[in-house]
Design a protein around this ligand. Structure first.
Ligand SMILES: [Zn+2]
Length: 215
């Protein structure tokens, strides 16, 4: 048996997420009509993150988006680019954003990463959480907390980190954004809409060919 031969067949990965209750058109209308609520400190940025999540779905990617803010100014906004234009397993929304930020700081020998806040529409997955911890970015805030669901991200991730990583994470503020329940609900629906299909991972087939959206 040659190395990797056991991976020769397409691997159908069926995720057990709750089925989304809204269409992409409904989510677009909701986010377009949403006015940031001044009662919530982060509502403006949370809306930007969720808007990006919805844009990701429209492109055929996973419904996670985010933005990077410094001194109350939007620096970058972007979203998951895992499937389109071609499969890149690393291009979760957080990675796309951090790539842009770190590339923009390439000429600074010692960039002040603490000055930046990254908002994500959903709690980061373990891969992204390690990247964010490594980056030293000051605040890592998510809109939708998926704790206790099959897609739970950072909470369990931090608890399971090796001690050195867990210690590193203490440098940063990590947690939920102060935003409205409405935005959290839209964010969750966006994610669920994008994962409520079976994905054939790209071992020897195109991942995008099998994706169809319930729109
Ligand atoms: Zn991730």
């Amino acid at each position: 048996m040659t190395r990797g031969a056991h991976l020769s067949a397409p691997y159908k990965f069926v995720m057990g997420f709750t089925k989304a209750g809204q269409t992409i058109g409904e989510l677009e209308a909701l986010i377009a009509a949403y006015e940031p609520n001044a009662e919530f400190v982060h509502d403006r940025w949370a809306k930007t993150a969720v808007s990006q999540a919805i844009q990701a779905i429209k492109e055929g990617n996973i419904g996670v988006g985010g933005c990077i803010v410094k001194d109350k100014t939007l620096i970058f906004q972007d979203h998951n680019r895992q499937f389109v234009p071609y499969f890149r397993g690393d291009l979760h929304g957080e990675m796309v954003l951090m790539n842009q930020l770190e590339d923009s700081l390439k000429d600074e020998p010692s960039p002040n990463m603490r000055a930046y806040t990254i908002f994500t529409s959903q709690a980061p997955c373990p891969m992204c959480m390690l990247r964010l911890i490594t980056s030293g970015v000051g605040k890592i805030l998510h809109v939708y907390s998926d704790f206790g669901t099959p897609d739970q991200g950072h909470v369990s991730s931090i608890e399971r980190l090796p001690p050195v990583w867990a210690k590193l994470a203490k440098r940063q503020e990590i947690g939920e954004a102060d935003c409205s329940p409405e935005l959290k609900a839209i964010s969750r629906q966006a994610f669920l809409l994008s994962v409520s299909v079976s994905v054939v991972l790209p071992i020897n087939t195109s991942p995008t060919a099998s994706r169809s959206w319930a729109v």
